[in-house]
Design a protein around this ligand. Structure first.
Ligand code: 3PG
Length: 323
């Protein structure tokens, strides 16, 4: 048995546990753990593995006096206080591309659900109705899709949209013009994207620069037929502005996999007829969960046993440790 103890605080695929056990780590699999209990027991652990629900706050990190590594079995790290981790010399890893395809596919599941009103039609037939005229949808063919963020997921969404013969527009200040051309995506700023899109989808992380990136002023210039999808992070779209735009008919519909507060509590968006929702499921496929679990187990084990830092997020801790 290695002397390192790892706490897994969320539902991850079994392969994560078995890989760690194979390397003789002591593993506590506590997917039911409360925030208070986490704070209470974290002091015993050298590694912590989470998904998006565990809030790895500054307080948790400070309490983790033995903590050396935090592994995120997924991509988004907005639930981890990266500054505190870095200041404390704790390595942070994620599984940066293991759930890309699942996220892109879920975006399309939601896009098609919006286009064809599938959730409402499903409920209607389950209520004993056969109301074919109530659910006339729209085709994706020939429509314009605005993609906010052309990282790994945004690019996969673009490819799939092109297969549907949609016109793809994109906005991403970090991407060079040549890349837009290679992707077959027309480069636009956010305002133009809103003016021209029939469908829009968001694929940026939640950081200070993207918090409420999309707000009232954008909905004000959108087509009234706009259908918007968010499988990225709740805070990227200002939910109050989105609610007003949807309620007033300023835009047509939204599909949301993510919320500013998860699970959403008294969120008025959930009362609207023109909102389709899923509970943060974009990465919840067998394939993605196997990949993220295996990848993060490797990163955490390699760091603790061999000091390997491939794909580390906060490389600054290395400069400090070697200084
Ligand atoms: C991610 O950031 O990887 C996705 O939002 C999935 O989050 P999850 O691991 O909590 O499902």
């Amino acid at each position: 048995m290695s002397s390192f103890k790892i706490l897994i605080s969320e539902n991850v695929a079994e392969i994560c546990v078995s890989k760690l056990l194979e390397k003789n780590f002591e593993v506590a699999y506590r997917s039911d753990i409360s925030a208070d209990e986490l704070l209470d027991i974290i002091r015993d652990f050298h590694g912590l593995i989470v998904r998006s629900a565990t809030k790895v706050t500054s307080e948790v990190i400070q309490a983790g006096t033995k903590l050396k590594v935090i592994g995120r079995a997924g991509v988004g790290i907005d639930n981890i206080d990266l500054d505190t981790a870095t200041r404390k010399g704790i390595a942070v890893f994620n599984a940066a591309s293991a759930n890309t395809l699942s996220a892109a596919e879920h975006t399309f599941a939601l896009m098609l659900a919006l286009a064809r009103d599938i959730p409402k039609a499903h409920i209607s037939i389950h209520n004993g109705e056969w109301n074919r005229s109530a659910f006339k949808g729209v085709e994706l063919f020939g429509k314009t899709l605005g993609i906010v963020g052309l990282g790994k997921i945004g690019r996969e969404v673009a490819t799939r949209a092109q297969a549907f013969k949609m016109q793809t527009l994109g906005c991403d200040p970090l991407i060079e013009t040549g890349d837009f051309e290679r992707l077959g995506v027309e480069e636009c700023d956010l305002h133009e994207l809103f003016r021209r899109s029939d469908f829009m989808t968001v694929h940026v992380p939640l950081i200070a620069e993207t918090k409420h990136l999309i707000t009232e002023e954008h909905f004000a210039i959108a087509k009234s037929s706009l259908r918007i999808i968010n499988t990225a992070r709740g805070g990227v779209i200002d939910e109050s502005a989105l609610f007003r735009a949807l309620e007033s008919g300023r835009i047509a519909a939204a599909a949301l996999d993510v919320f500013e507060e998860e699970p959403p509590v008294n969120n008025p968006l959930l009362e609207l007829e023109n909102v389709v929702t899923t509970p943060h499921l974009a990465a919840s496929t067998n394939e993605a969960q196997e990949k993220v679990a295996a990848e993060i187990a490797e990163s955490v084990a390699n760091f603790l046993l061999e000091k390997r830092t491939d794909n580390i997020i906060n490389a600054q801790i290395l400069d400090r440790n070697t200084a």
